[in-house]
Structure formats: C-alpha cells, structure tokens
Design a protein around this ligand. Structure first.
Ligand SMILES: Cc1cc2nc3c(=O)[nH]c(=O)nc-3n(C[C@H](O)[C@H](O)[C@H](O)COP(=O)(O)O)c2cc1C
Length: 371
C-alpha cells in the first residue's frame, strides 16, 4: 500500500475535497448517439473509471449547442432533454464515491459544416487549414447567445448531478480562439487586449456563478501555449490565469496546442521521463501566480515524475487521459504499490470513431480492461 505518497493526499477544489491528486483529464469517447445522448456503453466506461479510485474524473467535452459540435458521437449538454442521460454518468460515478465534472465546450472553427450544419463560428474569419474551413466572424448577438448556451449547459450539468463543470478554454476551440491573438483579430470589446480576449469566458464564468452560486465548482482547461506563431504563449497565459482566478474559478488545468499547430495536444511518442509533463512547466508558472489548485498535464506516465511535480510544489494535481484508456485501474495499481509507470506508449491509437480503446492492447490480444 502506498498511502504515504503526497499523490494520495486529499485536496480541495472549491467546495469539494477529492481524495487524491489524480485527475482523469477530459476525454471524448465517441460513444454518444448521433444526437449527443449518453449511451449504455458510456455509462460502462465511467463505471470502469469510477471503480478505480481516481480523485476527479472530467467527462469528454459536451457541446453547448449543435453549432459547436466538434466530433461525431460526442455528448451534448445543449438541451434540457439531455439531462436524464447525463445524470446516468454522474450517478454511476457517485455510486463508487467519486467526483465527476462535465466539460462544456464549443468547437468554434475546428469543426466541419457537415457535422454542425452551418458555417463554423470564430471571433474572426481566419482560415483553418486542418479542417479546410473559412469560419464566419461572430456578431455581437452570436457571442451573447453562445455565452447563454454555456451558462445553460452548466445548469444542466448541475441538474444532472455533476459535482462541477470544466470550461474548455483550450486546444483552439471557441473560447481558446477568442483568447488567441492569432484567431481573434477583432477590434471591438471582444478583441485586442487580453482583458477583451478573455471577456467571453469571464462573462460565462460570471453567468454561471450568478445562476448556480459561488459554491458550485467551476474549473477551466486553459491553453498555456498555442504552439503557434502569433498565438497565446506562456507569459500571457499566466496573466489569463490570474484574471480567471480573480473571477473565482476553482482550479486551472494547463494544456496547450491548436489543431493547425501540427503537434496538437496529445503528443505522440512520449517514452522518456524527461519528456513527460510537457505542459507542466507552464502549469508551474501559473501556480506561482494564482492560489487556486493547478493541474499539470501532458504525457505524464511515471509515478515518481508525478510525485516530484506535486511534492516540489510545481503543480497541485496530475491529469492524464490516454493512460486511463489503456489502464482504467492505473491509480489503484499505484496505490497498491506498483509504482512504476503507465504502460501507455502515447501512440494515439486510442482515437477511434467507433469508440476509444487502446489499439496496442488489442494488437497484443491482452485487453483485460474490465479486470
Ligand atoms: C481520445 C482522446 C480524447 C480527448 N478528448 C478531449 C476532450 O474531450 N477535451 C479535452 O479538453 N481534451 C481532450 N483530450 C486531450 C486530453 O485530455 C489530454 O489533454 C491530452 O491527451 C494529454 O494528456 P495525456 O498525455 O495524458 O493523454 C483527448 C485526448 C484523447 C487521447
């Protein structure tokens, strides 16, 4: 048993206390219906995770309106009718005493008209080469509507029993594209200085707090770098983190990358310890500037690397996505004393439109995920 490690000590995130420092970072699973409704398969996936002692589980990104859908078979939080299905996820995690947040998102310009049924939206009409999309620059009215969509998606999360929400402000999606000077070329109150580029997110945060109260946990996943010339970079994202913390967010997960940056956010081939935590350095910079918990992320695989990050005070929590696709029981394995590293090789074979799964395990014929 490994209960001496700092990784197995509790921490407060707003009004909740999670039992350890491990976070399942938001992971879209391609398992919802075409319309975004929760399926039995998804409920089983969350059961697999919830059984295994992960301190906090963040759901896959849920679209706040159909224009903001990023991907097929993505969950939706866009209509009140979705609440019943979402509640099945929250109830399942609670059965095992865990905590689960709903990540709420709008894809902005990183989507296809075929999926959304309309021209993708963005702060400015800046061509997106990976999706081959020329987005439509949003009007003031579009922006106000999207702010309301986020607020109501958060309300649905609370009604469904989620313990909190995570605002998706990363990876080039809509809120991240407002933050980025590369994609936000506006000259009105929604563009220009950082304060203006953050205004949409800040208005959403204020709206959620007005509607759901200060006590309802609200965290953000924030791009700490776009990894793209002319985009947001670490120094400015630290300033953004300070503004968000001042507006009462309860935690910040530092991520990075946008689609056209090439490397994206789930980097391939992270095998050496030195490569692990590729956004954690940026998280550590944020941690020096804010007093809310900061989540480190990006290719974390080795127990001792994660332990060091937390014990050195560089981050407060450690987030992982791909390792939990391969090994939902990873935290339990660590707790039981097997403190090596996750066997995830960061190959990205887990991205599968028929539902996430570890392609390496399948290839080797040793998929024992339900053990
Ligand atoms: C299959 C898959 C789906 C993902 N879906 C989301 C998502 O819905 N929202 C999000 O913010 N990040 C998403 N990510 C990114 C992860 O949360 C994480 O930031 C990234 O994979 C780096 O962490 P890792 O090295 O531990 O996988 C996804 C990653 C993978 C592999």
């Amino acid at each position: 048993m490994n209960d001496e490690s700092i990784l197995f000590t509790p921490i407060r995130i707003g009004t909740i206390e999670v039992k350890n420092r491990f976070v399942r970072s938001a992971t879209h699973d391609y398992m919802a219906t075409q319309d975004g409704a929760v399926t039995d398969r998804q409920v089983s996936l969350y059961r697999e995770l919830a059984r295994r002692d992960i301190g906090l589980i963040v759901s896959g990104h849920a679209f706040v309106n159909p224009e903001g859908k990023a991907s097929p078979f993505q969950i939706g939080a866009h209509r009140d009718e979705m609440t019943g299905g979402l509640a099945r996820i929250a109830d399942t995690v609670h059965e095992y005493g865990g905590f689960v947040f709903l990540q709420i998102s709008h894809a902005g310009r990183q989507t296809k008209p075929k999926l959304t049924g309309c021209t993708p939206l963005a702060p400015s009409a800046v061509y997106e080469p990976t999706y081959d999309v020329m987005p439509r620059a949003m009007s003031g009215k579009d922006i106000i509507n999207v702010i309301k969509d986020f607020i109501h998606a958060a309300r649905r999360a609370k009604e469904a029993g989620f313990d909190g929400v995570q605002l998706h402000m990363a990876h080039g999606y809509l809120l991240s594209s407002f933050l980025s000077p590369h994609t936000n070329r506006r000259t009105d109150e929604w563009g220009g200085p950082l304060e203006n580029r953050l205004r949409v997110s800040v208005d959403i945060i204020k709206g959620i707090k007005d509607l759901l109260g200060n006590g309802y946990p609200l965290i953000v996943k924030l791009n700490s770098t776009d990894l793209f010339e002319g985009g947001i970079y670490a120094e400015e994202s630290v300033e953004a983190a300070k503004v968000l913390a001042a507006h009462g967010v309860d935690g910040i997960e530092a991520s990075g990358g946008i689609a056209e940056g090439g490397r994206g956010t789930a980097w391939k081939g992270i095998l050496a310890e030195e490569e692990e935590g590729y956004f954690a350095g940026n998280a550590a910079r944020m941690k020096q500037a804010v007093s809310v918990p900061v989540f480190g992320l990006g290719g974390l695989r080795t127990f001792s690397v994660m332990e060091r990050l937390v014990s050195d005070g560089r981050v407060d929590l450690v987030s992982m996505s791909r390792p939990f696709i391969r090994e939902p029981k990873l935290v339990k394995k660590f707790f039981d004393g097997e403190t090596g590293k996750s066997s995830c090789i960061s190959c990205n074979g887990c991205f599968n439109v028929r539902g996430i799964s570890c392609s390496e395990l399948k290839r080797s014929g040793s998929d024992h995920r339900s053990e």
